[in-house]
Design a protein around this ligand. Structure first.
Ligand code: FAD
Length: 462
């Protein structure tokens, strides 16, 4: 009899299993995939970052090396080798989770799980008994009507297929201008593909701060990506290894066609809950098919909890991890907590885009009086030395209390820099607290301090 069986070994599930074991529980984790780490380590965050890193390096050699006085033969791409580097990166990380499971004496139950009843989990022929169950089964790419994905064919693919294309396409259409579409679109644009992004809404990266959306689109356009906004893709056909897409412009209903060697469908993800037996158990689901949970990640059925991408909220690895730790603590009789107001979001393009807290639009809509402190990277010496001075930091604070409400960064190291604002927000800091904190020179983080100064008497370097 286990104290806890976690279903799914993605960042939500494996972190939950490790924390529960650390707290003294007898834990097993079921995973149907052949390796641990879930979407994130196998076909998500990690392989995409490996390709982003490699293609960024290539871009630097082509675009900036000569300007820095670094000359030599033009660097070429060996796609097979780059795929090998990506696979090694993935393997290093998935093996790392295996090591952590052994270290923490967590049983890895290999196979697909079905919950027969509260406290009973079937994996293949074996029925395992447990006091509690955590569902951490994550998500899979959502389908788009009229566009059939065939990853093996390599012409119309989802993100999993796009991470392992047989060759670099000459042209690519990305359907969906969200994080995944833009990251992978950037990879192939840097590798030489002509990339067109088709988005249903009138702006890229839906839900992000409007000013960042505009600047980001401008920068990506300069990098060679083409955007078709306000367009609904209605059908796709594959002929002689090429795809032909039909889309309708929402403003005038006009119909258009576009051809490409490869189409990436990146229109979102949906919870992966099939086969778990949730219907039979009577677990309440949301209208959109997520597992409904309460403030302590408990489902409607006693003894069964759920976390990560299969429950509502941002589909992010670190959100899943935080929930994994918190639910383990609740199950162990402690007080698990996740502050949903301070969950950073990062897009790992060049420049990076990072945000935390409220957008300017949401802060205004909340009826508060706000103040904005903005600082461009053009005024930051380190960013200029690295030839990455595009973008800005925007800090949003309450006009009356000076409390930080949100931060939006588009620029070098944005994904690292956002964390000082996260810590500040966790402590309920005022913009003045950041402004009064000495920042090392020359660092890109100085731009965050300057934005905080701009919320008060003014930034120095503008
Ligand atoms: P998952 O990681 O999806 O893991 C769930 C696991 O459960 C899977 O391994 C699955 O096989 C297993 N499973 C499902 N059902 C069963 C069952 N019945 N029995 C046994 N096992 C089962 N997020 C970020 O924060 N940063 C990023 O940079 C980032 N980049 C991404 C890039 C791409 C291309 C993609 C696709 C996603 C990216 N994400 C990123 C999102 C991130 O991968 C997810 O938010 C995260 O993996 C969710 O974790 P999870 O533990 O909830 O689920």
């Amino acid at each position: 009899m286990y104290d806890l069986i976690v279903i799914g070994a993605g960042p939500g599930g494996y972190v939950c299993a490790i924390r529960a074991a650390q707290l003294g529980l007898k834990v097993a984790c079921v995973e149907g995939r052949e390796t641990l780490g879930g979407t994130c380590l196998n076909v998500g965050c990690i392989p995409s970052k490996a390709l982003l890193h490699a293609s960024h390096m290539l871009h630097e050699t082509h675009e900036n090396f000569d300007r820095m006085g670094l000359t030599g033969a033009k660097v070429k791409v060996d796609w097979r080798k780059m795929q090998g580097y990506k696979a090694d990166t993935v393997q290093g990380n998935t093996k790392g989770i295996e090591f952590l499971f052994k270290k923490n004496k967590i049983d890895w139950l290999k196979g697909w799980a079905r919950i027969e009843a509260p406290g009973k989990v079937r994996v293949g022929d074996d029925l395992h008994e447990t006091k509690r169950i955590v569902i951490a089964t994550g998500s899979i790419p959502a389908a788009l009507k009229g566009v059939e994905v065939d990853n093996a064919g390599g012409v119309i693919v989802d993100s999993t297929g796009a991470l392992a294309l047989p060759k670099i396409p000459k042209s690519m259409v990305v359907i969906g201008a969200g994080v995944i579409g833009l990251e992978l679109g950037s990879v192939y644009a840097r590798l030489g593909a002509e990339v067109t992004v088709i988005e249903y809404l009138d702006a890229i990266t839906p839900g992000m701060d409007g000013e960042v959306q505009k600047q980001f689109q401008k920068i990506l356009t300069k990098q060679g990506l083409t955007f078709v906004l306000g367009a609904a893709v209605t059908s796709a056909e594959v002929q002689k290894g090429k795809a032909r897409l039909t889309y309708t412009l929402r403003k005038d209903d006009s119909e258009h066609q576009i051809e490409a060697d490869c189409v990436l469908v990146a229109t979102g993800r949906r919870p992966q809950v099939e086969g778990l037996g949730l219907d039979d158990l009577g677990v309440t689901m949301t209208d959109r098919g997520f597992v409904q949970i309460d403030d302590h990640w408990a489902t409607s059925v006693a003894g069964i909890h759920a976390i990560g991408d299969c429950v509502p909220g941002p589909m992010l690895a670190h959100k899943a991890e935080d929930e994994g730790m918190a639910v383990a603590e609740v199950i162990a009789g402690k007080h698990g907590h996740v502050n949903y107001g301070v969950i950073p979001g990062v897009i790992y393009t060049t420049p990076e885009v990072a945000n935390v807290g409220l957008t300017e639009e949401a802060a205004k809509d909340s009826g508060r009086k706000i103040k904005l402190g903005k600082f461009p990277f053009m005024g930051n010496a380190r960013a200029k030395a690295a030839m990455q001075a595009e973008g800005f930091v925007k800090l949003i604070a309450d006009a009356e209390t000076d409390r930080i409400l949100g931060c939006h960064i588009i620029g070098p190291n944005a994904g690292e820099m956002i964390h000082e604002v996260c810590v500040a927000m966790e402590f309920g800091a005022a913009a003045e607290d950041l402004a009064l904190t000495c920042h090392a020179h020359p660092t890109t983080s100085e731009a965050v301090r300057e934005a905080a100064l701009a919320c008060g008497d003014g930034a120095i370097h503008v």
